[in-house]
Write a protein that binds this ligand. Structure first.
Ligand SMILES: [Zn+2]
Length: 268
């Protein structure tokens, strides 16, 4: 028999479950941090590859700011147009949403030190990177190859290969294929986004994942936090929506004084 307290009990139960998940996540991230190796940030030119506008800042914002301070060349390429964050919103046409997200990316990256000419949008369909028709897939690959050949980065950063989001995983596969095609040696690093939010989904035994490395971003933390806060379309609800596109608390996971990367093993 249900009582009038029932919905309250349900909410309390949900709150407790959420808190338990957070404790579990922090414990796992602490473990990962303690087992990681210190990575030095150098002035080596770097290409940051992001599936959606915001991934680059969440996963690599501190690294980008530190590199820019050192005068390193940093270019950012964003694969999708981000239209899926508010699909079917009653007052937000797709073109407007795409424009907002691109403006947010430009503004966030300006805070981190990357000028607009070093930011590239490939405008692929959000949620569609993994299922591009063959010709479109080839075209995106060619754009990435061209970027690698003209910019000649020594380091490439991309979302973790098993980041439990089809666009994030497909973006890894695309840049990996582009690097293989160029036959130029680069250091490839993977940054976790959804797997930092749900770290129990990290597959650290995945073949080729190598070691976890951490950088300290104390000196640029405020800059990174400011850049993350630019992405209002993602963490604030757009009326009449009651909920934001990102889960509550998501952005705070990325406002810590360190960043974690997985260094892919060099291929033999
Ligand atoms: Zn993303």
């Amino acid at each position: 028999m249900f009582t009038s307290q029932h919905p309250l009990r349900q909410r309390l139960h949900a709150f407790r479950q959420q808190r338990q998940r957070q404790f579990r996540a922090f414990r796992l991230i602490r473990q990962l941090y303690q087992q990681s190796q210190v990575k030095q940030v150098t002035a080596a030119p770097a290409l940051i590859v992001a599936p959606h506008p915001d991934d680059e800042t969440l996963g690599c914002g501190g690294l980008i700011a530190l590199k820019c301070q050192q005068g390193a060349g940093v270019k950012v390429v964003i694969l999708t147009d981000g239209r899926a964050s508010h699909a079917n919103h009653p007052h937000l046409p797709t073109e407007q949403l795409v424009a907002i997200r691109q403006q947010e990316a430009a503004q966030a990256l300006a805070i981190l030190g990357v000028p607009p000419e070093d930011l590239h949008f490939l405008n692929q369909p959000d949620q569609g990177t993994a299922t591009l028709p063959p010709e479109q897939h080839q075209a995106v690959l060619a754009q990435l190859v061209n970027l690698l050949q003209t910019f000649r980065p020594q380091e490439v950063y991309v979302t973790y290969r098993r980041d439990v989001h089809p666009d994030h995983e497909a973006t890894y596969r695309l840049i990996k294929a582009a690097i293989t095609q160029t036959q130029r040696p680069v250091d490839l690093y993977e940054y976790p986004i959804y797997t930092l939010w749900r770290p129990w989904l990290l597959d650290l035994k995945a073949e080729g994942i190598g070691t976890c490395q951490r950088i300290s971003i104390h000196s640029v933390l405020r800059q990174k936090q400011q850049a993350i806060r630019v992405y209002r379309s993602q963490y604030q609800p757009i009326p009449p929506d009651q909920k934001a596109a990102l889960p509550a608390g998501f952005i705070y996971r990325f406002m810590r004084p360190y960043e974690l990367f997985f260094k892919a093993e060099p291929e033999s």
